[in-house]
Design a protein around this ligand. Sequence first.
Ligand code: T5A
Ligand code: NA
Length: 202
Amino acid sequence: MGRGKLILVEGLDRTGKTTQTTLLLKKLSSQDAKLIKFPDRTTPIGKLIDNYLTDKEFHLPDQAVHLLFSANRWEVADSIKQLLLEGKIVILDRYVYSGIAYSAAKNIPGMDLKWCLQPDKGLLKPDLTIFLTNDNDNDDKKGFGEERYENVQFQKEVKNQFIKVFSELDSIDKESETLKIVNVTNKSIIQVEEEIWSFVQP
Ligand code: T5A
Ligand code: NA
């Protein structure tokens, strides 16, 4: 039995990552595939992250927050490896690139892309990364919830950082075309699902 595949769906807030990873899991049949969502809010570190995201009074230095998101991925790293060794397809809803883009978007001196990437070094790289983006650069607050980071201005900066991450970091090998970008603007859930499937199927 060969090693399974690691498929990552990344993207801006509210672009349909959870909707699409759930549909993909169904399509691949839950016997052969497993879905893991980051942050995983169920682990000890994940509970802390959940507090931080949902309670804006809960103060943590930005460097510590960054390391917690990374530690949350390391908490689950072994079980991902194990699933792949069992030949399973592992679908990820957010991963390292969210970690870098959201932290770098804060514009904290010293917390540049390189600093942000460091603690995630050594985590398994996805075989395929699908990035969900949109054209919504207007001041449309519709759809955002009440969590930290869910505001128009910050999301614009996150988008800039995602673009930087994907263009600058050598961790993405453009030659092998492991990165696929899906613009979800004005597309139905089914249209996006079909586009994603066209990349996953081969
Ligand atoms: N974060 C995360 C970091 O700062 N560092 C990190 O390392 C990581 C991993 C929580 C926050 O943590 C930050 C980033 C985030 O700010 P989260 O738990 O993934 O991350 O956030 P969620 O709130 O769960 O997810 P999002 O808000 O990003 O939404 P999704 O998953 O992109 O969108 P989804 O699928 O929930 O859909 C949203 C709504 O849109 C509809 C859906 O039905 C749903 O109602 N919808 C569509 N409607 C019309 N057309 C379409 N094509 C649609 N697709 C979905
Ligand atoms: Na989500």
